[in-house]
Design a protein around this ligand. Structure first.
Ligand code: F0G
Length: 459
């Protein structure tokens, strides 16, 4: 018999979690206005809200924390982190920041002006927010196949090269850089191929433009390149990372994902002008340039995390767990963005809750049902998150309406994943009886999904 696959770690420290009853969950959810962001974490049994900052650190990361140098300037921890980043990315200038959106804030303060266009592949919300708050425009050039959840394709996170070229040709003067998000979170944790990165670079060179990577999940992207793209199966993850980063001029990083720390981030580049200009904003917003919002011990943990999460075994364990959930959902017939993404499964809610109209928010309704079923917290990545059109104030119903089940790194076992899969199956099996969704009773003007208050529409 073939020896089955198992995790590349064993467990040394545990944190208890608790089940609840359905009537408790009904009460808690009502108190939370049917918005899972408003629940207390202790009211959740299995928390798949995000994979950001929720990973379990390794023994080498915890050991590195003890060696943190907390000097205000020039701490050894900074140089340890910087050297690791340079080794993995090839970028020699590094600015620490407290998380990914802070990297965007600092770098975009240098690069983006009023009226600019920043083309890319499905900009993440905070990336878009930092573009739009500067009165500039995020131009989405993602490949169209990303919208067809049932289509099986290896690199659904790619930039559409034709769309990008059209944008560059028409608006060359007002494009400061192109941003490529690896992996593409919004499209379902879908990877971007090396060929696509190469093609983006070639186009950028043709039009004299720079390229920035939003690299929050770059190691997962490298894993998919190794598994799915010709010519990479014998390369190490670190070799693939170096090649990927050779196609960009700079990166912003939320270290809460692929560096497996609970807080942290950085900007890295070989462009000395950008680094010098960004230093000023770093000092204003984040802190001195050798700590930028991070403790010495956290920079040490970040370095150790990057080192181990750019090893094949660590990534294989992680991504195989996401695939395991996908296989279970295939068994039960639950539709999701195919193939399984790197960090999450994105369940296609309107295909399940066919009786819930758009304006009653199917993905949010599914998220509520899954919580009520077994205390599992997913996250709506759909019509609520899409906000209203800033001019017409109409809801934006033109994108996908998904429920994301993001898997924290090294936190849950496959027994937990079985619970998630069966709970979702149970909701799926009673889908015909779910005929009504929710309505908004209060909402913020932007980024409403975090604080929106909802009410169920009575059946
Ligand atoms: N870029 C991507 C692709 C992200 O997924 C995130 C965060 C950020 C930038 C911002 O980083 O949170 O450290 O400020 N994504 C989290 C998520 C919140 O749940 O997907 P941050």
């Amino acid at each position: 018999m073939e020896i089955p696959f198992a995790e590349s770690f064993k467990i040394k420290m545990v944190e208890p979690i608790h089940k609840s009853t359905r009537s408790q969950r009904e009460k808690w959810l009502k108190e939370a206005y049917y918005n899972v962001f408003q629940l207390k974490a202790e009211q959740v049994y299995i928390d798949l809200l995000t994979d950001s900052g929720t990973g379990a650190m390794s023994q080498s990361q915890w050991a590195a924390m003890m060696l943190g140098d907390e000097s205000y300037a020039g701490a050894t921890s900074f140089f340890t982190m910087k050297d690791t980043i340079t080794k993995i990315t090839g970028y020699q200038y590094v600015l620490p920041v407290h998380q990914g959106r802070a990297a965007e804030n600092v770098l975009f303060s240098v690069l983006i002006k009023h009226g600019d266009h920043v083309p890319g592949n499905s900009h993440f919300d905070t990336t878009k927010g930092h573009i739009e708050s500067r009165h500039a425009f995020a131009i989405d050039c993602t490949v169209d196949i990303a919208k067809d959840t049932q289509l099986e394709a290896p690199f659904k996170g790619n930039v559409d090269i034709e769309k990008l070229e059209k944008e560059l040709a028409e608006n060359k003067e007002i494009i400061p850089f192109i941003i490529v998000t690896i992996t593409n979170n919004t499209a379902g944790g879908q990877p971007v191929s090396m060929q696509n990165l190469r093609d983006v670079r070639a186009l950028a060179d043709k039009y004299g433009k720079k390229v920035v990577f939003d690299a929050a999940r770059f190691a997962e992207n490298a894993y998919f390149i190794r598994m799915r793209e010709n010519g990479y199966k014998n390369k190490s993850i670190k070799e693939i990372c170096l090649e990927m980063f050779s196609f960009a001029d700079a990166m912003t990083m939320s270290a809460k994902k692929d560096a497996i720390v609970n807080m942290g981030g950085f900007i890295a580049t070989n462009m000395k002008e950008w680094y010098d200009a960004a230093k000023v904003f770093s000092i204003v917003y984040e802190g001195f340039i050798t700590y930028g919002g991070m403790n010495g011990r956290d920079m040490n943990a970040l370095a150790a995390g990057l080192e181990e999460n750019t090893e094949f075994d660590t990534l294989e364990t992680r991504i195989k767990q996401v695939e395991y959930l996908a296989q279970k959902l295939d068994e039960y017939g639950v539709p999701y963005q195919r193939p399984a993404g790197g960090h999450a499964i994105f369940v296609d809610a309107p295909r399940i809750l066919t009786h819930v109209p758009k304006d009653e928010f199917p993905a949010q309704t599914l998220t509520i049902e899954l919580y009520l079923e077994a205390g599992i917290r997913g996250c709506e990545i759909g019509y609520l998150l899409a906000d209203r059109d800033p001019i017409t104030r109409e809801n934006r119903f033109n994108g996908l309406d998904l429920m994301r089940l993001a898997i924290p790194r090294r936190v849950y076992t496959n027994n937990h994943i079985d619970v998630v899969a069966v709970a979702l199956k149970n909701v799926f099996d009673r889908r015909e009886s779910i005929t009504h969704g929710v309505k908004i009773v209060w909402e913020a003007e932007v980024m409403r999904h975090f604080t929106v208050q909802l009410e169920p529409i009575k059946q």
